[in-house]
Design a protein around this ligand. Structure first.
Ligand code: FAD
Length: 326
């Protein structure tokens, strides 16, 4: 382990919001460091290759760096290019491929232990995102290689029997894209209809494909078993066995609650497991540990996104600046 480095603030996570925090810390003249376990904007890097953001590009801007996309809305490749440019133009201090393992409080300071070293900081920002922990199906056969919790592109599924699980935006996008690239798609949906939050411009497309039976859909249905050549499902009309080559489980992701608990963060007793924090300062119940970005919503991972949580960076760093100048 390296020796201890002293910082005013350590930001964990180099997603868009962690980067925004780094920029504000740099603007404020604080000694800061961003630590990221993967590549820069690791979550965005792992999004489907052909995805398009629902936000227009200016809503994803941070640090006053203009984001101009070729189409009406930016795609994944443009967003990676953009955040690389932000990082370079602000010359941010980011350490990549270094995972934070724990944060411990020692006499009003925080010791941050990573896979590569030890750091000490007066404050820590958790901008951890939610894209690393998929909800598992907990059914026999889930461990088979044909079961995917992340989707990248449609080509491998050409002429394959694909089951898409879920009815959220991701599931609907995956069902439509694989269907249009020649897959035989069946959706298995626990609820009684396509999700309420599905983008309004996509909803008619999926509903009409289901109506005309181009895509099969079983609502109020759950998957019970996966074998190399089949999936077994339970529908309102009883159990069924479907021929199957791939299962694309688009069942959502959750924030790293265990890590947060280990840091001392407590959670409200609500249905979303919302972490405790002061909504004006973003400081959690642990003095000196702040929350930023999507992680603030707990299980409600669509509450905070890039557009509406960029502001967390200024809220946190303005507060810290005042604290350090007192
Ligand atoms: C398909 C899709 C489309 C979307 N489209 C939009 C859109 O159009 N507009 C919009 O505003 N939002 C959109 N979102 C949501 C948006 O991408 C997220 O809300 C956003 O990434 C949140 O940023 P963040 O910095 O809080 O978290 P993330 O971007 O998830 O960043 C968190 C980072 O923390 C790192 N990390 C986690 N734990 C550790 C650790 N222990 N040590 C070190 N590093 C760690 C992760 O590797 C990750 O890089 C979309 C999401 C998806 C899935």
């Amino acid at each position: 382990m390296e020796s201890r480095h002293q910082y005013d603030v350590i930001i964990i996570g180099a997603g868009p919001i962690g980067l925004a925090c780094g920029i504000e810390a740099k603007r404020a003249g604080l000694r800061y460091l961003i630590i990221e376990k993967g590549c820069l904007v690791n979550s965005l890097y792992n999004y489907p290759l052909n995805m398009t953001f629902f936000s227009t590009s200016e809503k994803l801007e941070i640090g006053s760096v203009p984001f101009i996309s070729h189409g009406p809305k930016p795609n994944r490749a443009e967003s990676l290019e953009y955040y690389r440019r932000v990082c370079s133009s602000w010359d941010l201090s980011v350490q990549l491929y270094e995972e934070v393992i724990s944060i411990d409080q020692v006499s009003q300071k925080h010791t941050v232990t990573t896979t590569k070293g030890l750091y000490v900081a007066s404050a820590v920002v958790l901008a951890l995102g939610f894209y690393d922990l998929p909800y598992l199906l907990h059914v026999p056969g889930e461990e088979l290689l044909k079961v995917k919790h992340y989707y990248d592109e449609p080509h491998p599924y050409f002429r394959q029997n694909v089951v898409v699980i879920g009815a959220s935006n991701s599931a609907v996008d995956v069902a439509l894209e694989t269907y249009r690239k020649g897959a035989n798609v069946t959706m298995v949906v626990r609820e009684q209809a396509i999700g309420e939050n599905v983008k309004y411009w996509v909803r008619p497309d999926i509903e009409n494909r289901i109506k005309e039976s181009s895509i099969q859909a079983y609502f109020n249905s759950t998957i019970t078993k996966i074998t190399p050549g089949t999936v077994e499902i339970l529908t309102p009309n009883g159990p069924m066995i479907l021929d199957n080559d791939f299962v694309l489980a688009m069942t959502g992701y959750q924030p790293p609650f265990d890590f947060m608990r280990k840091c001392g963060i407590t959670f409200r007793n609500d249905e979303f497991n919302t972490p405790e924090y002061n909504t004006e300062t973003m400081e959690s119940n642990v003095p000196g540990i702040y929350l930023a970005g999507v992680v603030c919503g707990g299980l409600k991972t669509n509450k905070w996104f890039i557009e509406n949580s960029r502001v967390h960076a200024t809220m946190i760093i303005n507060g810290l600046r005042q604290r350090f100048t007192q």
